[in-house]
Design a protein around this ligand. Structure first.
Ligand code: SF4
Length: 306
């Protein structure tokens, strides 16, 4: 696939995109002999995907939700009100993960690079994370390099333990492959994946379908309004994304208000998450160290010294 193809397809009408998604899922079901499940988060994107599959493809594909314990209560309630959801759970609590591996900061990619630069025994990998590979990719962005020397660890590992691992276990137990409602335009990693594999990936344990890859956020809302789909009330309070309440991936981007939202609507939960620690440093202190704009931050891009 090419980037231009993505842009071209993103310009399709809603009807064309629905047809495309139906085709993607149908092809996936045929190739996997219908051994598939819907990865359901309770958010608007996976809700649209669930509806497309139920309405146009197959009403019997099971939907699975991983309750990490960190979702908005409104989202969990919404999931419980959805028919036939299988709920799975991670084996470890977020507090233990943060203590052991570090805080998820900036982005999945940058967290991984910072963790590796700080802890790898491989000089080669460390050099790539600091300076990039031959074609210049794979390195920590200049503005975040100071995090290698932070008095706390940065890590993307919670995503593996809270989300990937429970689903991998479910897949192993059932032999089913996931249908996932992510969009290629959401992040660089998702774009790269789509450019490499398109909407369906058939590769042993990585086998998965991504029928909404070419959709945009406005398509999601257009579909919700077209079919009068129910969605979690959390969006009407102004939240753009669901998922873990305290996740700080992307919270450095100008205008991001998630922590203001959390403090206003869930002050107890906000304080609970802000007190999580790694290496004796609280989440609140780590966010300040990064210069993040949040209710207890410095409200300017400076770092504090410990
Ligand atoms: S969404 Fe964020 S906080 Fe939640 S598991 Fe993934 S990285 Fe961790």
């Amino acid at each position: 696939m090419t980037y231009n193809e993505l842009i071209y397809r993103q310009g399709w009408t809603l009807e064309q995109k629905i047809d495309h998604s139906v085709g993607v899922v149908s092809a996936f079901l045929e190739k996997t002999d219908r051994k598939a499940y819907i990865s359901y988060s309770g958010g608007k994107d996976s809700g649209v995907m669930l509806d497309i599959i139920r309405r146009f493809v197959d009403n019997a594909i099971p939907e699975v939700f991983s309750n990490t314990g960190n979702e908005y209560p409104e989202v969990v309630k919404f999931v419980r009100e959805t028919d036939n959801v299988i709920v799975i759970h991670p084996e470890i609590h977020i507090k233990q993960l943060i203590e052991k591996y570090g805080f998820p900061l900036i982005s999945k990619e940058q967290s991984q690079y910072i963790r590796q630069a700080k802890h790898t025994n491989s000089e080669k990998l460390r050099n790539i994370r600091l300076n990039g590979s031959i074609n210049g990719i794979g390195k920590i962005a200049e503005r975040w390099k100071f995090l290698i020397n932070a008095p706390f660890d940065v890590s993307e590992k919670c995503c593996y333990f809270l989300k990937k691992k429970p689903f991998a276990k479910f897949q192993k137990q059932t032999g089913l492959f996931p249908i996932i409602g992510t969009m290629a335009g959401e992040s660089r990693l998702r774009l790269q994946k789509w450019l490499q594999h398109g909407c369906n990936l058939f590769d042993m344990d990585k086998t998965a379908s991504y029928p909404l890859s070419i959709w945009t956020e406005s398509d999601i809302w257009a579909y919700i309004h077209r079919f009068n789909l129910p969605y979690s009330p959390i969006y009407d309070l102004g939240l753009r994304r669901t998922g873990c309440m305290f996740c700080s991936f992307g919270c450095h981007i100008k205008g991001d208000r998630r922590f203001y939202f959390l403090k206003e609507y869930k002050p107890k939960i906000y304080e609970h998450f802000m007190q999580m620690t790694n290496n004796g440093i609280t989440y609140k202190e780590a966010l300040r160290f990064c210069g993040i704009d949040f209710p207890d931050g410095m409200n300017k891009q400076i770092r504090i010294d410990f």
